[in-house]
Design a protein around this ligand. Structure first.
Ligand SMILES: Nc1ncnc2c1ncn2[C@@H]1O[C@H](COP(=O)(O)OP(=O)(O)OP(=O)(O)O)[C@@H](O)[C@H]1O
Ligand SMILES: O=C(CO)[C@H](O)[C@H](O)COP(=O)(O)O
Length: 311
């Protein structure tokens, strides 16, 4: 490709929702426009070796960080890479694959912001930070259904990895432009994706949409389900945009308008009207339902990717 791709980073602990957000964005932009890479493929050791060495996949020494840096650099110049593949079913490595960067490159994984060189390659950096209880719930559900583990094995893994999560994963939060925290309004609704609220922490490291009118609730329909506030995160000032799972369609449309006013063709990709799939999650009986907090999270990240492209 001739045009430099836009590179989005998504970092967070295991089962924090990186792949879910990546898939949602690929759906928004069209799979033909997106190259998605998971840095699990850059593990240095296979599952058996890790067990023998007593090292977790979260440890920097257990990953080829230098090769991730090189590949990010090549992709950001529009050049192809030969990417390793870690197979989560076998715990071993498959033959590498040839990857050409498309318009939008999404790089998601555990340690994507752990070196300066990596951080410099992204146009936008997102960090996913669900509460630990929700992450454990998601990890147990995902690893038992899709990766062949038992509940006990997943809980044991979570416990063993906690020191590495604390030392190497969570500190990366400080490098993000946007921190995304889905959370249940109460303990009982943890399992109900549709009821999840979201807190979007916006750092002043990139220009965010102008949301100041939300601060003044008069004259808009956003009510209390969508709120903007000022706070501190890791000691630094941030804006916080909070969206509740029970926000109404009218309130969501009002916020969408704010985003789309600044990036006019955003609407065709990811407004409630322009994209029927946005914010879609699968309900308990397999039906497709829409989560407004997820839809608006996808819209905000897409806003930054498209704004970068035109601006
Ligand atoms: N926004 C969300 N709303 C509802 N459920 C979610 C959301 N994000 C993640 N999940 C649930 O959590 C599970 C794990 O998410 P996902 O696979 O996206 O995590 P991950 O960060 O990519 O994990 P890993 O790094 O271990 O591969 C999903 O299978 C899904 O059930
Ligand atoms: O935290 C993880 C990221 O998805 C995985 O557990 C990591 O990739 C190690 O894989 P496995 O569970 O196959 O040993």
């Amino acid at each position: 490709m001739t045009e430099r791709p836009i590179i989005l980073g998504i970092v967070g602990d295991s089962a924090a929702g990186k792949t879910t957000l990546t898939r949602g964005l690929a759906q928004v932009f069209g799979k033909e426009n997106v190259t998605a890479i998971c840095t699990d493929d850059y593990h240095r050791y296979d599952r058996q070796q890790r067990a023998e060495m007593g090292i977790s996949a979260l440890h920097p020494d257990c990953n080829y960080l230098d090769i991730i840096e090189q590949h990010l650099d090549l992709l950001s110049q529009g050049k192809s890479i030969l990417k390793p593949i870690y197979n989560h079913s076998t715990g071993k490595f498959d033959p590498p694959e040839y990857i050409e960067p498309r318009k939008y490159v999404i790089v998601e994984g555990l340690l994507g912001y752990s070196t300066r060189k990596m951080r410099e390659s992204y146009d936008i950096k997102v960090y996913l930070a669900p509460p630990e209880s929700l992450r454990s719930f998601w990890k147990i559900k995902r690893d038992t259904r899709k990766r062949g583990y038992t509940d006990e094995q997943v809980l044991e893994q979570l416990k063993k990895r906690e020191p590495d999560s604390e030392a190497y994963i969570r500190p990366q939060r400080k490098w993000a432009d946007v921190i995304v925290s889905f959370y249940p309004p109460d303990k009982e609704s943890e399992a109900n994706n549709l009821l999840l609220n979201v807190k979007l922490i916006l750092r002043p490291t990139i220009p965010h949409p102008n949301l100041t009118h939300i601060l003044n609730a008069e004259g808009n329909h956003l009510g209390s389900a969508i709120r903007l506030g000022l706070d501190r995160d890791m000691g630094k000032p941030v804006d916080i945009l909070a969206i509740d799972g029970h926000a109404t369609e009218e309130q969501v449309r009002e916020l969408e308008k704010t985003f789309c006013n600044e990036v006019p063709f955003l609407g065709q990709f990811c407004s409630l009207d322009g994209n029927k799939e946005i914010g879609t999650v699968v309900g308990t009986t397999g039906e497709s339902l829409r989560s407004y907090p997820l839809a608006l999270t996808q819209l905000l990240v897409a806003y930054h990717m498209l704004k970068d492209r035109v601006g």
